[in-house]
Design a protein around this ligand. Structure first.
Ligand SMILES: Nc1ncnc2c1ncn2[C@@H]1O[C@H](COP(=O)(O)OP(=O)(O)OP(=O)(O)O)[C@@H](O)[C@H]1O
Ligand SMILES: [Mg+2]
Length: 229
């Protein structure tokens, strides 16, 4: 389906505070950001600056204290929890900083879980799972459980899990942190080709200067706001 909105994601005046002993911790202090469909956007910023907090809010896993996120024209805070969950499961792929694989499921079953939750027809599961695990170079590890995989392999399962249902938006939190530089560049090239071929939008956090070079846009989280670099 062609994107019908000029901005796939629009973040306006987003703040997020967490209650902590003795008061409130203001992490996001008014974030404004527009992301166009089919772009590779990278977000950098020091540890604790609020990158994961922002990704969670953009993906509808958390709500802002103030402000709004529009995804494909929907203001996320005005949706019900169920509507937000459905958008997340069908339209968005998450690659979490801590991969969050299910420990008792194999690599293939972990990836398949995304398809179950997205309501994809069961007859499509096997082929989709196999082709996506092959895309990340894990066709020989499909039956391994997470503890039988290296850190980098687990991270690639997490990448496959985020892509298998062909989301419009991929939110990736340090998706290459466990990979060596060669494998990191391979993953970024793979993301780039998805962007070109399928018009996917990718927002990722990274600290790696080599990866920042291939971004369409770079932002930095500074003092609770994002600045364009
Ligand atoms: N649920 C929470 N309750 C209280 N404080 C929180 C909560 N979640 C995050 N924080 C705090 O908010 C700040 C930003 O956290 P966040 O995880 O967004 O940083 P980050 O930029 O992703 O860092 P890193 O690069 O280390 O992953 C941190 O100081 C963290 O301790
Ligand atoms: Mg983080």
């Amino acid at each position: 389906m062609a994107a019908t909105f000029e901005d796939e994601i629009s973040v306006k005046g987003v703040t997020r505070s967490f209650p902590v002993a003795g008061g409130e911790l203001e992490v996001l202090k008014g974030v404004d950001l527009k992301i166009k469909p089919g772009t590779l956007v990278m977000l950098k910023g020091r540890s604790g600056s609020g990158k994961t907090t922002l990704l969670n809010i953009i993906g509808g896993l958390d709500l802002p204290t103030q402000g709004e996120v529009w995804f494909e024209g929907h203001p996320l805070s005005s949706l019900t929890d169920m509507e937000r969950t459905m958008i997340r499961r069908t339209r968005i792929g998450f690659i979490f900083q801590a991969f969050a694989l299910m420990p008792l499921l194999t690599a293939a079953e972990n990836v398949e879980l995304t398809l179950r939750l997205a309501g994809v027809k069961p007859k499509l599961w096997k082929e989709r799972v196999e082709e996506t695990l092959a895309l990340v170079g894990l066709e020989k590890r499909m039956k391994h459980k997470p503890y039988e995989l290296s850190g980098g392999e687990q991270q690639r399962v997490a990448i496959a899990r985020a892509l298998v249902h062909r989301p419009r938006l991929v939110l990736a939190d340090e998706p290459t942190a466990e990979l060596d530089s060669k494998r990191s560049l391979q993953m970024i090239q793979m993301f780039k080709s998805l962007i070109v071929r399928e018009g996917v939008t990718l927002l990722m956090t990274t600290h790696d200067p080599a990866l920042l070079e291939v971004a369409d846009e770079i932002y930095e989280m500074v003092d609770g706001k994002v600045q364009k670099i």
